[in-house]
Design a protein around this ligand. Structure first.
Ligand code: SF4
Length: 497
């Protein structure tokens, strides 16, 4: 009689679509918190999710605590035919599965397969792997939001219509508070574990606080219901807007349960599209979500594998070597308040310290933009985003940070560096009104570090980006600056933001 193999599920594979009913092992590895600085709330989320999954799985699901995944599996004789894994969630998991001789099943948890991406990418130059073309091909293949051969509404993307400024004078979007879970005894025990780890010298980023996001399948479905009931309609128009007093706005935060594997992206897509078809949600909002799920999310997943295991550590096209400030690695609110005058940076970093989350525009246009302008090391920045954000998985950050935000791959993921000045932040947020800097000023003691930083960045990297036709206009603007030397000297000497 043969025994069914035990399936090792990682903390990113906790939903029903990863489980076929056989024996399951989950590993709670505390040593990762010593190796990789992690937000306290992310550590809480992962341990809570694993323990809830173990409890709901009954005797069939074993949860073991260990300082090494490999030791935990070997000690239980789980090698060779005794062990199976679903795809791999990182290069490290893939290498471990190979060392253990485990059976590797096809990936789950994404809309498209690796084979379909490989077929799409075949024959394309790296610079032709752009997300818009991939997204369009997935829409056509799956028929999602398609009316025959045509996209619903006559266009594939409504991104250009989804760029409303925040409502003038409003501190919030005025939506009800987003769904949050009710903590239970497992969360209490997790908090005790984390306190013990801290007492034993483990350094966590940010602060403890109530768990804000879903850690179980039931909670994930409740968070999805809440998003469909309330903010979905406002998601599209205000997708890019930022408000200091409303960090969530109309964003779903469903990336968290999606990246824990508690929801399948297609079930979210089906529910969102059903809202549009029933006339309860506008196409712009629905298409925005669909693009994030079947376009961006799958594309970033496939790029993780396509670009190889050394992509993060070997990409530094702009030769950025500045270490991250110590305050980014602590996310201590007192330290941040004492160090930062820039209202945008201070607000976003304080939110990340408090919640382990901020939506995609503060990530890209405030944190990423600042890091790009100041030459932060892209590999270190990627590690930081992975540790500081509750949805930061090993596969999701490389293309987003190295490629999109820092242009460190020289143009594979993004066609140009995503640098911008304070005018963008002023237009899309309410940060500047309370700031000691002036977004219109590029020289002087109140010169905005983003506005001046933008020009100083272009000055620094001009030789590397001169051949990029999308940068021709900004570089022409740089050459016309009458105060270029003064501005660059001031920004090179700047130590305070
Ligand atoms: Fe940020 Fe500059 Fe606006 Fe201040 S003035 S909030 S530093 S963009």
């Amino acid at each position: 009689m043969t025994t069914a193999p035990t399936r090792w599920l990682t903390a990113e594979q906790l939903g029903p679509h990863f489980d076929d009913g056989g024996p399951v092992i989950l590993v709670e590895n505390h040593a990762v918190f010593r190796r990789r600085p992690t937000h306290r709330q992310k550590a809480h989320l992962y341990l809570s999710a694993l323990r809830h999954r173990s409890r709901s799985g009954g005797d069939r699901v074993a949860l073991v605590t260990a300082d090494s995944y490999e030791d935990a599996l070997r000690e239980r004789g789980l090698t060779g035919e005794s062990l199976e894994v679903v795809g791999a969630t990182s290069w490290a998991v893939r290498a471990l599965a190979e060392r253990l001789g485990a059976t590797v099943l096809p990936d789950r948890g994404f809309v498209t397969s690796r084979a379909s991406f490989a077929a799409w990418a075949e024959g394309r130059k790296p610079s032709q792997l752009v997300m818009d073309r991939f997204y369009r091909s997935v829409r056509e293949e799956t028929g999602i939001l398609m009316e025959g051969s045509q996209p619903a509404g006559g266009q594939f993307s409504f991104d250009h219509d989804n760029r409303e400024r925040p409502p003038k004078g409003a501190a919030t979007l005025g939506l009800p508070a987003p769904w949050t879970p009710v903590e239970d005894d497992i969360d209490t025990e997790v908090r005790e574990t984390l306190d013990a780890l801290e007492a034993d010298g483990v350094h966590f980023l940010g602060s403890d606080g109530p768990r804000r996001v879903a850690a179980t399948r039931e909670e994930a479905l409740a968070a999805l219901d809440d998003f469909l009931d309330v903010p979905l309609g406002d998601f599209g128009p205000f997708e890019d807007a930022m408000l200091a007093g409303d960090g969530v706005m109309a964003h779903s935060r469903l990336s968290v349960p999606l990246n824990l594997g508690l929801l399948h992206p297609l079930e979210v897509v089906e529910r969102v599209v059903a809202e549009y078809e029933a006339g309860r949600a506008p196409l712009g909002s629905v298409e925005g979500i669909v693009r994030q799920l079947i376009g961006w999310r799958d594309w970033v997943w496939h790029l993780y594998w396509h670009l190889g295991p050394d992509y993060t550590t070997s990409s530094n096209a702009l030769d950025a070597r500045t270490p991250l400030p110590a305050s980014w690695w602590s996310l201590d609110s007192t330290e941040l308040a004492a160090e930062l005058d820039a209202a945008c940076l201070s607000s976003v970093l304080t939110q990340v310290g408090r919640e382990g989350w901020a939506h995609h525009i503060p990530r890209l246009m405030v944190l990423g933009n600042h890091a790009l302008q100041r030459g932060y090391d892209p590999a270190e920045l990627t590690r930081w985003f992975q540790g500081a954000f509750v949805d930061g998985t090993p596969w999701v950050m490389p293309a987003n940070v190295v490629g999109m935000s820092q242009w460190a791959d020289g143009g594979v993921v993004a066609t140009k560096p995503y640098a911008s000045g304070g005018a963008y932040i002023d237009r899309m947020s309410d940060y500047c009104g309370s700031c000691r800097y002036n977004p219109k000023k590029r020289v002087g003691e109140d010169a905005c570090p983003f506005t001046a930083g933008y020009w100083a960045f272009l000055d620094l990297v001009e030789p590397s980006i001169r051949g990029n036709h999308r940068m021709a206009q900004p570089l022409a603007g740089l050459r016309r600056l009458a105060d270029r030397d003064q501005l660059v000297a001031h920004e090179r000497a700047r130590t305070h933001y």
